[in-house]
Design a protein around this ligand. Structure first.
Ligand code: HEM
Length: 342
């Protein structure tokens, strides 16, 4: 009897999706203006602080790679949950959470409890790219928001700016993404900025050599040395490519010239297996755009298969009875068909 009651509770309070449930126009009946509302707030954010849209676009990567696209990285820490915001790759780095809050607020006013935070990230990332001059694409929607987050999983999965191409290829493969997806998606660094913190080792002690990364173009290195001297406040930021407000293929041109900011960027040109694609995208912007949109769609399909909900506030889970259930019972709802990074 108790077991039946628990199963009933699970069915009434949590849902499950898999990537096959995602589809364009998911909200066309329940919240027909959803995509318009998201785009409107993104336009305002771009106007207010141009970098913020790049910061929001980065959320898709940091969300989807850690247990699928479920907005887990938007959850604030609680007394019994260390969330992802303070994970190694996110602390002092992820920013512009307030833009997502603003989108969520606008959506809750129009259609309360309908549009998930996970879908907001997907729509807003697409808009960030399109609004800064990049490709536009139709997104698949219908994701649920996670009931929890894991700092440990984020620390274990998210790549370091020191990563080399081999490690990145391996990681992306675990997430069902190809070498082509890796190179195209790295083109996201066509917009936005990084901190000196992420480049100090390259400038002064690459691989423990006590020397700079030899792949750095000398005049670019001089520039970076001035922006990020040894005693710099490591939160000072530097453009990720030479046109940081425009989504274009300048990023790849910069890599070819040895002017990539992150080690994880430049390694894509120094490594033979990825060099050809970098060179190709540096001269073929429309093919880059096409591959980028394709990669974003594939990355957006990553799902954990765990139970979820539509959060009212992206920073916290809804007050719900299923929390009283032990983990093992929640896991009962896991589907076989999952594509989160393994
Ligand atoms: C390939 C592996 C990747 C690595 C190692 C990596 C690493 C980084 C690092 C270290 C930064 C700067 C953070 C800081 O210094 O505070 C950064 C910024 C950024 N990343 Fe990535 N990233 C990768 C892939 C991606 C992907 C796939 C996307 C999105 C599709 C993305 C979007 C961005 C954006 C837009 C920024 C700038 C954010 C801002 O200005 O606030 N990155 N990334």
């Amino acid at each position: 009897m108790l077991l039946l009651f628990l199963i009933f509770l699970l069915h009434t309070t949590s849902l499950v999706t898999s990537s096959s449930d995602l589809r364009p126009g998911f909200y066309s009946n329940t919240c027909p203006e959803a995509e318009y509302i998201v785009q409107d707030v993104m336009k305002k954010a771009l106007f207010r602080e141009p970098r913020s849209v790049a910061s929001v676009m980065r959320f898709q990567f940091h969300d989807c790679f850690v247990n699928g696209c479920d907005a887990s990285m938007l959850l604030d820490d609680t007394p019994d949950m260390l969330g992802e915001k303070l994970a190694l790759s996110n602390i002092n780095s992820l920013r512009s959470f307030e833009v997502v809050d603003e989108i969520k607020e606008a959506l809750e006013k129009k259609c309360p409890g309908v549009v998930s935070c996970a879908d907001i990230i997907i729509m807003a990332s697409r808009d960030a790219v399109a609004l800064t001059g990049g490709p536009n694409w139709e997104v698949r929607l219908g994701r649920l928001d996670s009931l929890t987050a894991s700092q440990e999983d984020s620390d274990n999965i998210m790549p370091s700016p020191r990563a080399n191409a081999t490690a990145l290829i391996d990681l992306f493969q675990k997430c069902n993404l190809t070498v082509k997806d890796l190179v195209a998606l790295s083109g996201s660094h066509s917009i936005g900025q990084g901190r000196c913190f992420s480049v100090m080792f390259r400038l002064y002690n690459q691989s423990g050599s006590g020397k700079p990364d030899p792949a750095l173009d000398p005049s670019y290195r001089e520039q970076l040395n001035k922006l990020c001297p040894l005693d710099v406040d490591q939160n000072v930021t530097v453009n990720l490519d030479s046109t940081p407000l425009v989504f274009d293929n300048q990023y790849f041109k910069d890599l070819v010239a040895g002017r990539g900011f992150l080690n994880s960027d430049e390694t894509l040109f120094t490594f033979p297996k990825t060099r050809g694609l970098v060179r190709f995208y540096s001269t073929h912007q429309s093919q880059f755009f096409e591959a980028f949109a394709e990669g974003m769609l594939k990355m957006g399909d990553l799902q954990s298969g765990r139970p979820g909900e539509v959060r009212r506030n992206c920073r916290m889970v809804n007050a719900r009875r299923a929390h009283l259930l032990p983990d093992s019972q929640q896991e009962m709802e896991n589907k076989d068909e999952i594509h989160a990074c393994i």
